[in-house]
Design a protein around this ligand. Sequence first.
Ligand code: NAP
Ligand code: 8YV
Length: 316
Amino acid sequence: MRDLLLIGDATDEMKGRFAEKFTIHNLYDNRDPTAWLKQHGSKISYVATNGHDGVRPAFVDAMPNLKVISCYGVGYDSIDTAQAVARGIPVTHTPNVLNSEVASTALLLTLACYRNFLADEAHVRSGDWESKGNAPLSRSADNQTVGILGLGRIGQAIADKFVPFNSKIVYHARNKKSVDYTYYDNLTEMAQICDVLICITPGGAATHNLVNEAVLNALGPNGTLINVGRGSVVDEQALIAALAEGRLGWAGLDVFATEPKVPAALRALSNVVLLPHVGSATEETRAAMGNLTVDNILQHLKDGTVISPVPECAHL
Ligand code: NAP
Ligand code: 8YV
């Protein structure tokens, strides 16, 4: 049996499939992962990790016989692809199989901000409806201008989910696409005409704090920011200040700068809806992501190729 290193969590189905071909070592079962890798790293030929844990460059250095890094997630900003390419190690991820689920999460977060259902539900549960009367009116999510920051695979699925709401879709990305929506090459200008701005770009240095104070001010007191991409894309301190001072209306967030830490100042605000990074977290979608994560490794074991390499590794 070959040896596979599992970093972070995986489903029972993934572990069962891996166990048919590999001896599985869960890195974080070891009190000192660095010391464990120093002793055993040379026997590891495959790594399965996830978008959150990734794999530290020093860990990759400690595995001289590593053949593939398979990521259980589409975002791979926690993996150093330059290091992997230099070593000739393909990094794989799970594109497309989660598009619809993450798009649903973006839509649900938007509706939660607009329709105030969380507060309304608490109003019933607490008995306030009976003792204090009707809940305040909320806002209609129909006929809004929805700006998508990152019109890629998931961004397009988000645009599709908003069709029944008669939304006007606009977008910002690095490149203009062949679509009917209006393209803005300047994010702040786009934010000025948006009711809702939805972030769905990858994380990493190129998108770090792309949504800054100027963008939040442009979105304005009646605007709603939704982030289902990566926490690093939004300047979290500027976001907290804008929400607290009423310069931004609402925010629906699935991702945060330093997960799972969420600043107390953000948790204290009433004009936010906060989720624990569950954009793709349904049984069905995680099963599909898990299968693709395993399939990439099993195919490599069989014929030396992978199914879904990240773009940087497509040539390997
Ligand atoms: P994708 O198809 O590669 O799309 C990414 C989009 O972001 C593209 O439109 C790209 O523009 C744009 N973009 C990249 N860098 C940019 C920059 N510097 N400035 C402006 N736009 C930029 O990726 P995807 O499959 O849709 O996934 C997107 C991301 O969503 C993932 O990387 C991950 O971080 C996040 N995600 C989160 C969850 C969750 O649970 N919350 C789940 C899945 C994914 P161009 O097309 O012009 O290059
Ligand atoms: C997962 C994600 O939560 O795919 C991504 O990029 O952020 C989510 O689907 C994450 O990768 C954990 O596996």
